[in-house]
Design a protein around this ligand. Structure first.
Ligand code: SAH
Ligand code: SF4
Length: 420
């Protein structure tokens, strides 16, 4: 059993709900430890700082005035510069000083898969060789980019492929925003898609690999970078952070004022069932999660998204359907029903289509705004966390093969097309 799933002695003090001990595996990341992550070259990656921090860093190291940080944000995010030479409104001398101390990173897209439905899945290799995925999801009239926040995940949800990896590590800010920039780089020259739609994304969701609020400081910093009007300029309505329910970090995100919507993977209506499929419920039961949602600071007219994965016979019973509206009473929410993607092969079944529609109608009747999120990119396994896991397995099989050239393992099936 994953050690993170064992019941834990409460390590959160009543007086300070954000005070989580350092030895706690579910403690949110520390910003100072992860933000500055210098490169092997000893240089510092500029993509690890939001604009305010960038100004401070440039002042401290090079004595630059704060307007330089504005110029840099425009170059790094609006123009997606990867070298200092192109920054022509910065003097040669200043550019040389920047190049001496700083670097600008990009994750490497090692594989890109294109689905028949227009969804595009990326496998990115990070500096230390770890892999993460991003998925550009084609919707009716727009694209949404789904980014990863960790390599693997510590939360251990029983229905999720990513959970099987455990947590390898948190992503740095540069590695999260780097997915956004690298996908933009990749799609920049693409022709219109089969429906005449420009291949570019208007929305960003933190729903790839990992639990974003376990890496809360870097996720908040990334949201600030996405919001920056001199850079990528995504409004808060266009960004969604999805969490399995880390209550202190939900409060931290709310208090930070970072411009993003909150989505919560509720996925069950009783503590008993939720604990079985999402062991984090032991730590933060439904009552404390719902209380945090009730107290979450929302701008006028905004709602929290409740994600609800329908696992046939487990979370989609008639009783669940009756309980769900009761649980959510008084909380401004919209419900996103997610029929289980059984590709994950973890012993759960997908609900029947007509049952999913029945749920939606019943919730609407109960006064709950509800939508269905059908899985996209089925032909390329583009659901939560699947790519990296498939890749890891393929790599392991290849390694085993190399070690046993005569062995009976067989040729690994390459389920993933290599990018050129
Ligand atoms: N860790 C965060 C975000 C990543 S998971 C979270 O759990 O919210 C994104 C969403 O995918 C979550 O709502 C999760 O419940 C859902 N999910 C995971 N595996 C799935 C599967 N096999 N089929 C359908 N939804 C799945
Ligand atoms: Fe982690 Fe989310 Fe998967 Fe749960 S559903 S294991 S929190 S990525």
């Amino acid at each position: 059993m994953n050690a993170f799933l064992e019941p834990q002695a409460p390590s959160i003090s009543d007086s300070d709900p954000l005070a989580i001990s350092n030895s706690d595996p579910l403690a949110p990341s520390s910003s100072s430890q992860l933000a500055e992550g210098s490169q092997p070259s000893g240089k510092i990656d500029l993509l690890n700082f939001d604009r305010q921090e960038l100004a401070e860093e440039l002042q401290a190291r090079l004595g630059f005035e704060s307007y330089r940080s504005k110029q840099l944000v425009a170059w790094l995010y609006r123009h997606r510069a990867t070298s200092f030479e192109v920054m022509t409104n910065i003097s040669k001398q200043a550019r040389a000083a920047l190049a001496e101390h700083f670097t600008i990173s990009r994750p490497t897209a090692v594989q890109v898969q294109q689905s028949r439905d227009g969804t595009r899945k990326y496998l990115f290799q990070l500096d230390d060789g770890n892999m993460v995925e991003s998925v550009l999801i084609k919707q009716t009239a727009r694209y949404t980019l789904c980014v990863s926040s960790q390599v693997g995940c510590a939360i251990g949800c029983r229905f999720c492929r990513t959970a099987q990896m455990g947590l390898v590590r948190h992503l740095k800010t540069a590695e999260i925003i780097g997915q956004v920039l690298a996908v933009k780089d990749d799609i920049a020259g693409l022709p219109l898609d089969q429906d005449g739609l420009k291949v570019d994304f208007t929305n960003i969701v933190f729903m790839g690999m990992g639990e974003p609020l376990h890496n809360v400081d870097n996720v908040i910093r990334t949201v600030r970078l996405l919001n920056d009007e001199l850079g990528l300029d995504f409004s808060s309505r266009k960004i969604t952070v999805s969490t399995s329910g880390l209550v202190p970090a939900i409060r931290k995100l709310g208090a930070s004022g970072a411009g993003a919507n909150l989505a919560v993977s509720l996925n069950a209506t009783t503590n008993e069932v939720r604990t079985r499929i999402m062991p984090i419920t032991k730590r933060w039961p439904l009552e404390s999660l719902l209380e945090a949602l009730r107290e979450y600071p929302l701008k006028r007219g905004k709602r929290i998204t409740i994600e609800y994965v329908m696992l046939a016979g487990v979370t989609d019973t008639v009783d669940d359907l009756r309980r769900l509206p009761q649980l959510l009473t008084g909380i401004p929410v919209k419900v996103n029903l997610i029929p289980y993607n059984a590709n994950a092969g973890l012993g759960f079944d997908a609900p029947r289509r007509d049952w999913v529609f029945h749920w939606q109608e019943s919730l609407l009747d109960a006064g709950l705004n509800s939508t269905i999120r059908w899985s996209k990119g089925d032909d390329i396994d583009a659901a939560c966390g699947q790519l990296a896991t498939v890749y890891e397995k393929t790599k392991r099989r290849e390694k085993a093969e190399r070690q046993q050239p005569q062995g009976g393992i067989g040729t690994p099936e390459r389920t993933i097309a290599e990018a050129s």
